[in-house]
Ligand binder design. Structure first.
Ligand code: TTP
Ligand code: MG
Length: 365
């Protein structure tokens, strides 16, 4: 289906953990509620997991050291997380969201994409549907969420953040450029803290600075990022809404170093970073794998892959690192710098196929 004929929703719960706590204790409503480590009157270690919108007015946000949060907002109500409650609330929300979608994809504990192209004919239809979804979740789970709607996943995601909390933001194709222009480039998925520096150096900070650049110019400046950006800002991100396991046989990620390197610790830390990301997705979707493949590209572009297949499906990031080290060993003696490193996990099995509960626990350490 051409991307302009799709209707994609991105749903994201508002200050999720804090919302659940406020739902369960009326006294917390409209107060600065902070979920995270114990602040110990400013001496505590650890970070803020999330906080209510009241607390955000004091400058608090996720991942902020709890000691700093306490200094900024000593009158806040500081609570330890209660994950069982959040998991139950997430499950209830996801079931409702899924029931409204033609295609559904859960992302993490409080986010999901819905493709509703087969049940809606216009943005007006989608708006009615989104309003209904919001009402049902509020009524049966007791918390609010924000929904972004557009014709692609990336624009829907940016839109869900637009009018938080309890927001609804619709971006039809002819409004995409206008919607994106004033936003910082880091709102484009894939442009993180590190990549943004490359853009800033070229005087590009806002998405509007990119809109008039033709595709060849963008690829010349930013390589594969250029092509991706060009597509995203035109609403041409054609990624499907689908669970990871649907039609997918492997998951892989690779990283090119900013400068070719012979520092093994750097290589290993990149692999660990990739490994964490991949496992986050696999764990969410309860997928295990039997084959681990590594990819190495040297400074002269010579590229090698090495694989190992084990007898039983696992989902164990420590084991992957062990196998990586095993497979990498033969390259330790190569007297060339490394340009790229990659990791692929394949030969998938849905966890449901593994029957032994005790084994399951062992595999998901
Ligand atoms: P988010 O959706 O990023 O944040 P949020 O739902 O709290 O707030 P927003 O209204 O801006 O969407 O994350 C969902 C939950 O994940 C959040 O409630 C707590 C948890 N989380 C952490 O524990 N640490 C973190 O650094 C982040 C970002 C989230
Ligand atoms: Mg959220």
């Amino acid at each position: 289906m051409p991307s302009e004929n799709r209707f994609i929703l991105h749903a994201d719960l508002d200050c999720f953990y804090a919302s659940v706590e406020m739902r369960d204790n009326q006294e917390l409503q409209n107060k600065p509620v902070i979920i995270g480590a114990d602040p110990k009157e400013g001496k505590g270690r650890g970070v803020v997991s999330t906080c209510s919108y009241e607390a955000r007015k004091f400058g608090l946000h996720s991942a902020m050291p709890i000691s700093r949060a306490y200094r900024l907002c000593p009158q806040g109500i500081y609570l330890r997380p209660n994950f069982n409650k959040y998991t139950a609330a997430s499950k209830a929300v996801m079931e409702i969201l899924k029931s409204y979608a033609n295609h559904f994809q859960k992302i993490g504990i409080d986010e999901a994409y819905l493709d509703v192209s087969e049940k809606c004919e216009s943005f007006e239809d989608v708006k009615i549907l989104a309003t209904k979804i919001k009402e049902e979740i509020k009524k049966s789970v007791g918390i609010t969420l924000s929904i972004g709607i557009s014709t692609s996943k990336s624009i829907a995601k940016i839109a869900s953040d637009e009018n938080k909390p309890d927001g609804l933001c619709i971006v039809p194709p002819d409004k995409i450029e206008e919607f994106l222009a004033p936003k910082n480039i880091t709102r484009i998925p894939g442009i993180g803290k590190k990549t943004k520096i490359h853009f800033y150096k070229k005087g590009i900070t806002k998405i509007g600075d990119l809109i008039d650049l033709p595709l060849p110019k963008l690829t010349e400046l930013f390589g594969k990022h250029g092509k991706w950006i060009w597509k995203v800002i035109r609403g041409q991100d054609t990624r499907k809404v689908q669970e990871l396991h649907e039609g997918r046989k492997s998951i892989s990620k690779e990283r090119t170093f900013y400068e070719d390197t012979s520092d093994f610790n750097l290589v290993l830390s990149k692999v660990q970073e990739i490994n964490e990301k991949i496992h986050k997705k696999l764990l969410e979707q309860k997928i295990s794998y039997k084959t681990i493949t590594i990819k190495i590209r040297f400074e002269d572009f010579q590229t090698f892959t090495r694989s190992k297949t084990i007898d039983y499906p696992i989902c164990n990031k420590e084991k992957v690192i062990k196998i990586f080290l095993e497979l990498f060993e033969e390259f330790l003696k190569v007297n060339k710098k490394i340009r790229l490193i990659g990791l692929k996990l394949s030969n998938f099995e849905r966890t449901a196929k593994i029957h032994q509960q005790s084994l399951l626990k062992y595999l998901y350490v």
